[in-house]
Design a protein around this ligand. Sequence first.
Ligand code: COA
Length: 530
Amino acid sequence: MEMVGEARLEAAREVVWEALNDPAVLQASIPGCESLESTAKNEFTATVVSRVGPIKARFAGKVSLSNIAPPRSYTLTGEGSGGAAGFARADIEVSLDALEPTVTLLRYGVKANVGGKLAQLGSRMIDAAARKSADDFFELFRKQVDGRASDSTSLSAAQPAGMHAFMQELSVPVAEVATVEAPAATPAAAAAPAAANAKASTLEAAPTPTVPERAAAPRDIPAQPAPVLTPVSQVPAAEAQAEVMDVLTSEKIKVWISDQVAVVTLNRPGSRNAMTYGMWLAMPSIMAALDRNPEVRAVILTGAGADFCAGADIAEFEQVRADVAQATTYEVAVDACCDAIVNISKPTVAVLRGYCLGGGAHLAMSCDFRFAGQDAMMGIPAARLSIIYGVKGTRKLLSLVGLSEAKKILYGGQRFDATHALRIGFVDQVAGLGVVASGRSFWERLIGAKQQVAKSDPMAEARAFATSLAGNAPLTMAGAKYLLNGMAMGTGALDLVRSEALIAAAAASEDYREGRAAFGEKRSPKFQGR
Ligand code: COA
């Protein structure tokens, strides 16, 4: 009999590992375990009362731990004799993935054999009993671990040391903020990651964002290309620095590095992780630091709580994006943020749960891959605010979903779910999709085994994927990323000046004011096309 399964535990991996090695926890978790006593290092004797179908027996035997790789995996082998009932042996491979600082995915694979009378019961009955035992074990184990997780000492001891060092590095100077004309992937970041990694260990003082001159006459859209753009205004460096520091110290964006994978979490769940201006500004610093860090081989971008990101923080638009000049400055920061995600030389995966809207969709599209939960809801509601989605975001959308779907998304402003997103190519994978929940057998129903439902954790799938990439050649991936991004995001014959003028005209429009007001007043906007 073979069986695999997984359990999501709300505890740090170190806490779960400790519990898996604690005889008292194991005894309390193994259904029917009457005793579990240590006889030697990683060896125990055990007595377990178990029922399989009509046969109930007391099994006496031994339990041993092997292939121990702390704090990630071991093999637990249990074998015992139930006298006249027969004998049983199970080899259980257990592995732990740290999904978040206090969330661990426990995966297990069981290979079991029975002999004697038990073997005559038939495989369906034995399978059902084994599955119920596994369910019961993890239910009981979860209770033990949850108890431990609430112990603040264990929790703080389990915090990854890497995070502290990372925050220290970031807390010095700030952002390499891209200029408006930054290419989709810069050779410095992608083609020569070794050079990027060899940079000084602290961030250089930030060049400040630049604002192009084309914002000057928003309604006067030029029919012909205008002269080459030059920066005319700047966000003061001190202001940008203060914004970034606020984001980091208030943890609006959190970074956690574990097993060579960095998880960057947008952390404003009360506002569905809407991006503030400061968050757009801070991201380039974070990406630059992760790019330099040789311990990091892949990056996951996700949102805290139920959502990925509901886009730009509209609530602060009145302060930071109310007129054309501000809107242009704002879009520079958005582009710089997304460019930084595109340009990091390491593979990036966006984990999308709940809402992924507007600027949130741009963040997701800036990653190399998108793994969605079945509850994910995507959309670009720019047409509800009288905003023209930026050139870079539109280009990424086109590249992912093709012309017709891109138009449907941008004209319609409709939200679309994970299944649709998978069909049109907006996401690469939907967690658990295609895994049909297996119906329970007669025996499973009889003994009350819980249904084996399809697993639906995009973070677990993304982490497994990112970990698999982390073992591959960084230079190959960086080079391929640079080439492919450059090819996919080429500007072609697009008149950038006219594009930006259209965007600026929308930012100056009455409709844009109306869109903001309607959002604030929680009503439908009334647009007039001016
Ligand atoms: N900016 C600022 N705040 C936002 C936000 C955004 N983009 N999206 C959600 N929020 C806030 C809401 O204002 C609300 O705050 P409140 O509790 O103080 O009122 C909170 O997050 C929860 O959102 P709410 O609207 O109550 O949840 P909902 O389930 O009814 O709707 C959304 C969720 C995402 C569909 C809806 O909030 C929405 O349409 N947001 C705007 C999305 C958007 O247009 N993004 C593109 C921006 S360019």
